[in-house]
Design a protein around this ligand. Structure first.
Ligand SMILES: [Mn+2]
Length: 325
């Protein structure tokens, strides 16, 4: 019988066998424990630069529910990407930047009123840990952005909001409601976003108010292209600390059918990724990818797009903080 040899430079089930936070995963794409990009699952934030965290909420949606499965779908799709290196960032992304998968936020779906406070408290505990990690949250419907923004604004002050979305999410809000179409209104009224430096990209619906937030609607996006979209975003943000929220329905349903409120005429995944690359110098202090609902997906298209957008967010963070100039 041939002797089995084990290559110790390779790992299997890196999500729980990784010896260090920087260990290169070599799980095959089709097997192994599922974490976001095979990063180590841990609640230990010591020495952590970036946390990936699931927020599996779907009870604030106005149309089709199912985003409670979003974090799971994105994790699974992320395991189909090359372990390392990752295009276009190369192999230093995880070797230089300690990224973990923190698991998911727990709340009881039956206690809707408690959900915002639980998300905010948990997010605050992460970003205020000694290592001050960057938090990348995986929704969940878009309501989750409101408590996430609150936690970040508590730490940094009012933030510029950069929002990729088909919808403005500025419908009339009533205190206490948990609604994925009104939470930007609440964020404006509470002063946690700085409307003068905020901008929405890919919009193709009309809410009663824009509260002074600049909009690059979908038709304009198609006319001007990624480099010019990014130039306008950078102009608008003007160097302010930014929260970046990426609603997967900013993409056209051809590229993201697996979502609750799809609208035709959106960005392609290629346009969105190119735009994100042009935004690498934005001072993003936290971000999320929301509204992935795998039950309506086909061939994993939406989860693949969502996981790639999340990877680009980490890649841009690595470029800003770690890449030698
Ligand atoms: Mn939205």
């Amino acid at each position: 019988m041939a002797k089995m040899t084990v290559d110790k430079s390779k790992s299997m089930d890196n999500a729980f066998t990784a010896a260090t936070l920087h260990q290169q995963a070599s799980d095959p794409t089709y097997a192994g424990a599922l974490s976001f990009m095979r990063r180590k699952y841990t609640k230990d934030l010591t020495g952590v630069n970036a946390v990936v965290w699931g927020v599996p909420l779907d009870t604030a949606t106005s149309n089709r529910p199912g985003t409670r499965f979003g974090p799971r779908g994105i994790r699974e799709a992320s395991c189909g990407m090359d372990n390392d290196p990752q295009y276009p960032f190369g192999s230093r992304l995880f070797r230089q930047m300690a990224v973990i998968d923190y698991g998911d936020c727990y709340f009881y779906f039956g206690e809707q009123g408690k959900v915002p406070g639980i998300i905010e408290e948990n997010a605050a505990a992460i970003i205020n840990a000694e290592s001050e990690p960057y938090l990348l949250s995986l929704g969940g419907d878009h309501f989750v952005t409101y408590p996430l923004l609150k936690a970040h604004a508590e730490k940094h002050g009012p933030l510029a909001l950069v929002q990729f979305d088909a919808h403005q999410d500025t419908w009339d809000d009533e205190e206490g409601v948990v609604d994925h179409g009104t939470m930007i209104t609440r964020a404006v009224k509470e002063g946690i976003i700085d409307v003068d430096h905020s901008i929405q990209i890919g919009i193709r619906t009309i809410a009663p108010q824009d509260y002074g937030i600049e909009i690059i609607d979908a038709l304009t996006c198609h006319e001007i292209g990624p480099a010019e979209i990014a130039r306008r975003v950078l102009d608008r943000v003007a160097g302010k600390k930014t929260y970046l929220t990426f609603d997967i329905d900013s993409l056209d349903p051809a590229f993201a059918p697996g979502t609750g409120t799809p609208v035709s005429g959106g960005l392609s995944s290629a346009q969105a990724l190119a735009t994100l690359r042009h935004l690498k110098d934005l001072d993003v202090v936290g971000s999320d990818v929301v509204e992935v609902a795998p039950s309506y997906d086909h061939a994993g298209i939406t989860s693949i797009a969502g996981s790639t957008v999340a990877m680009y967010m980490l890649g841009n963070l690595w470029e800003r903080r770690f890449r030698p100039s």
